[in-house]
Design a protein around this ligand. Sequence first.
Ligand code: BGP
Length: 472
Amino acid sequence: MKYIKKRILYGGATAPSQYEGAYNLNGKVLDTQDLRKYLKREEKSTTITRLISKDTLLDNLSNLNNDEFPFREASRGIEYFNEDMELLKELGIEIYRFGISWARIYKDENSINYDGLWYYKKLFKFLRENNIKSFVSISHYAIPIDLVLKYGGWKNRKLIDLYVKYAEVIFKEFGEYIDYFIPINEINTGYYSPYNGLGLLKEGNYNLNEIFQGLHNQFVASAKIIKLSKEYSKALAGCMIADFCYYPYSCNPLDNIKTTREEQKNQWFYTDVLVRGYYPNYMLVYFEKNNISLEVKNEDFDLLREYTADFVAISYYQSCVISHKELEKSVGNLVVSTKNPYLIASEWGWEIDPLGLRTALHKIYDRYNKPIIISENGLGARDKLENNRIRDDYRIEYLKNHFKELEKASDEGVDIIAYLMWGIIDIVSAGSCEMEKRYGVIYVDRDNHSSGTYKRYKKDSFYWYKKYLEER
Ligand code: BGP
């Protein structure tokens, strides 16, 4: 009896709204990300650009041309397709995660924009020809804006059928080219960032019923898409959460019970439903306590039970600390938690914890015994282009330490399919709408105001990652 460690695929990830640009090319309609404005960040948290009210949205719609909307140009990924794909090929990645833009494939709720498919056709062909596995996010935050204005976004069950109709086009057109997919990016974003995750508009305080109705609709849509995918593809279906890797602040039992409960509601709830196939009791109790009643159909629960995820995907940026006392806070991806005195943070306050990644991997694998894909991990930093060079040894250090820990988790028995470095090429930040929070091993010369040459430059980390991939 012997454990055989699997060879982990290494690659990189982007998201359509943060990378592609060409926001109105070939009939693409406006989506929720196109309408997020760049705002100079005064404080560390990103709520000012993530949680949008109806007034702000309508104001942005009426100021389409004279305000700054960084996702429209993004990194001009569509324009630079040939150069970027050659760079990824030179880098030597084995798997590439990208999203498909719903608003590019969708003209209105009754008609498909087939002109929007050509870019993805080119991309799938390139990946197949170069033996790079594809990992597709069917949706990565961006929702066609008319579905927000007409139906209120995912809180309306109508979105389930519209989303499945869109996904069916993807699987009919590209099913044979898809190796791995997730129906929804970071599905727990819907709770933390209801505009990005669910297309909900902020009317005063968020309505918990609408949030959990939106999440239920996304659960059902996920199950329906997994069912549908089997007709057209051999792809493995996943579910994805932002993993917060919670630590109790101390061995005080009050810190521990609070950590256990926070972890249930903020993390395990989503993967419990999508991997185990049913709602856990702790959430049914939470719904009762908070007067949350969902519009459901009996078929929903049959679908959830039958069409569960084959693998669990996580974004991992930082661990989080929970204390029963009010202590100094720290901000991270989507969440604010208690500052960890043992860790240092990035300029954006995200605490850097490679060991946390190994802990998170063990906890997920212990809970579900399903293979895992690290679908996002990386360091957002203010890189400087000087004499055509970007010296990002801090990013090399970050990657080296995280690779060491994920390989250790694999040595210790965790079944890891792949690692996707987030923002393999510089893209616009989804939280704060900034370009200057850079993640890539490839630099894109544009600033927060969409101006620049958009030229690409290989950072020092490009050469390091390339060597790492060659020598494995
Ligand atoms: C995740 C998103 C990614 C990416 C990442 C980094 O939540 O799935 O799209 O944005 O966070 O966050 P940010 O871009 O805010 O630095």
